[in-house]
Design a binder for this molecule. Structure first.
Ligand code: ME8
Length: 503
């Protein structure tokens, strides 16, 4: 049986259109999911939309629509983003779906019957933009730590006994050192928990756009308890038949931005422990893209539109840039100049040019036929051919550690070595005096391009497919393991098309 792998993105608020930050998180998950499929895992890759809460209710009102009409409309924009960026998610969950509502009620009842929920009254600060409660000592200059405005809330509320889980959470972090990534976030979470956890308000009564609390019509669930539960709903937690749930839960990675680490690394594991459910294996909190130094966000109105970017530069170009430019986990500032630079130098001049020159030479000089696999290679050939083959496990580790930039950097070292090899071996000279050797050199290059393109499928799927199609690689030989099968050669190819137009 194949090993299983479950990966999730946050579910995005539908208070406005998607921006590059949303595309970024989902892209990271898409690359991991595609890589794991190549490595023969049975993958479940989930994304979706977070459709309840005060923020969405207000956005609907401002648009003159009923909440359900508004979320139906905006949720579609997030679905369109999937096509636009070529994302390969297996499922898309919406929190207004029946199966999600049932899951929320199921986990609520479990928490209640386990004695972890009690009724009281909440009085304190609430930031609608963050959909989060804050205590007096967290307020900075009259605002939430994120800078979001806060309002004073006083209402009856159900509470989750979060304080009871403080010690258990600390023990869990201690014995699961890889639970929170990167390390800096882990330290931040641990010190937050050590500073003392207060019980958490988990229901609201002052508005109605949410999942109803079972047996108490006056309350709706706090939007974060509702939202986090999506990870269970999507794998059929509410179904009687729990085969699918048992197969995929717990998740292998919840990928999130650093803005929502507390909800995922503190509240979520506490809810799960309290409901006797297994905990996810890893929470990875990546950094923020900024625009001219400012956080990009719907609420601040300085968004970078992924649809426009893809339209202007191409899908694979944007996918490559976002993951190559900034070490995953760090913040990055978006710059058009850098984007153009990466496209021209890495994609057009290095990878594109390698493909173009090698295939053109074969087309012109080898009777449009990839040379037959040679019997004898010299050391220079073998060094190139083996450079990817011999480090497959290294590439696996880089994906498991979410080091996308290093993965790409390593591949681009091979690409640049291949370009150097072309210059050094000078097949155009061999054409005049040693045809046999010319064929070995061109074979070595095509074989290297084949391996590189197999490894690049998760990142730039369209281009990798174009190349593998051009090389007539059968679909069942595009897996990670297939890197080891050396080409046989001796088949016709067509003349190459340009892969990446220079900008
Ligand atoms: O927080 N740079 O939804 P949300 C990088 N519904 N990533 C960014 C970003 C930026 N500038 N801006 C947003 C919510 N993101 C909740 C989640 S999960 C159970 C509920 C990404 O629409 C990043 O992943 O505000 C961030 O965590 C997420 O979008 C927030 O999306």
């Amino acid at each position: 049986m194949k090993p299983r792998f479950y990966i999730t993105t946050p579910i995005y608020y539908v208070n406005d259109v998607p921006h590059i930050g949303h595309a970024y998180t989902t892209l990271a998950c898409d690359v991991i999911a595609r890589f794991k499929r190549l490595d023969e895992y049975d993958v479940f890759f989930l994304t979706g939309t977070d459709e309840h809460g005060q923020k969405v209710e207000t956005a609907a009102k401002n648009n003159g629509l009923k909440p359900i009409e508004f979320v139906d409309k905006v949720s579609k924009n997030f679905k369109n983003l999937l096509n636009c960026m070529n994302f390969s998610n297996d499922s898309f969950i919406r929190t207004t779906e029946e199966k999600h509502i049932k899951s929320c009620q199921k986990i609520w009842e479990k928490l209640l019957s386990n004695g972890n929920i009690y009724l009281d009254k909440y009085s304190g600060w609430y930031a609608v933009r963050d959909e989060a409660f804050f205590s007096e000592n967290e307020i900075v200059d009259g605002k939430a730590p994120s800078g979001a405005p806060v309002e004073w809330v006083e209402e009856p509320s159900y509470f989750f006994n979060l304080s009871k889980w403080e010690q258990k959470l600390l023990e869990f972090y201690e014995s699961n050192k890889d639970f929170i990534f990167p390390k800096s976030r882990r330290n931040e979470v641990i010190s937050f928990v050590k500073s003392g956890l207060k019980d958490l308000s988990i229901s609201r009564t002052s508005f109605s756009w949410g999942v109803k609390v079972p047996n108490d019509e006056n309350h709706i669930m706090y939007v974060w308890l509702d939202a986090l539960t999506n990870y269970l709903s999507a794998c059929e937690y509410s179904k009687e038949d729990d085969k699918f749930f048992k197969k995929f839960w717990p998740a292998d990675i919840h990928m999130v931005g650093k803005d929502i680490i507390r909800f995922h690394a503190v509240y979520w594991p506490a809810f799960l422990m309290a409901a006797d459910l297994p905990l996810p294996k890893k929470i990875f909190a990546h950094g923020w893209w900024t625009n001219e130094g400012n956080k990009i966000s719907k609420s601040l109105g300085n968004v970078i539109d992924p649809f426009q970017l893809v339209d202007k530069y191409g899908i694979d170009q944007i996918r490559y840039f976002l993951l190559r430019e900034v070490p995953f986990g760090n913040d990055g500032d978006f710059s058009n100049a850098q984007l153009v630079n990466r496209i021209n130098s890495d994609l057009a001049n290095n990878y594109g040019n390698l493909f173009q020159r090698v295939i053109s030479m074969i087309f012109k000089n080898c009777n449009e036929t990839i040379p037959l696999k040679p019997n004898k290679f010299i050391q220079e050939d073998l060094t190139l051919i083996n450079s990817i083959k011999n480090s497959l496990n290294n590439y696996r580790d880089l994906i498991d550690e979410q080091k996308f930039d290093l993965y790409l950097k390593n591949i681009w070292i091979v690409i640049s070595n291949a370009n150097k090899y072309v210059d050094e071996q000078a097949p155009w000279t061999l054409k005049k005096n040693n045809l046999e050797r010319m064929e070995v050199v061109l074979f070595t290059l095509v074989e290297t391009i084949r391996q590189i393109s197999i490894l690049l499928q998760p990142f730039i799927p369209d281009t990798a497919k174009k190349i593998l199609d051009h090389l007539k690689i059968p679909h069942d030989q595009r897996k990670l393991q297939s890197v080891d099968i050396i080409l046989n050669g001796d088949f016709k190819i067509s003349s190459p098309n340009q892969l990446f137009p220079r900008i």
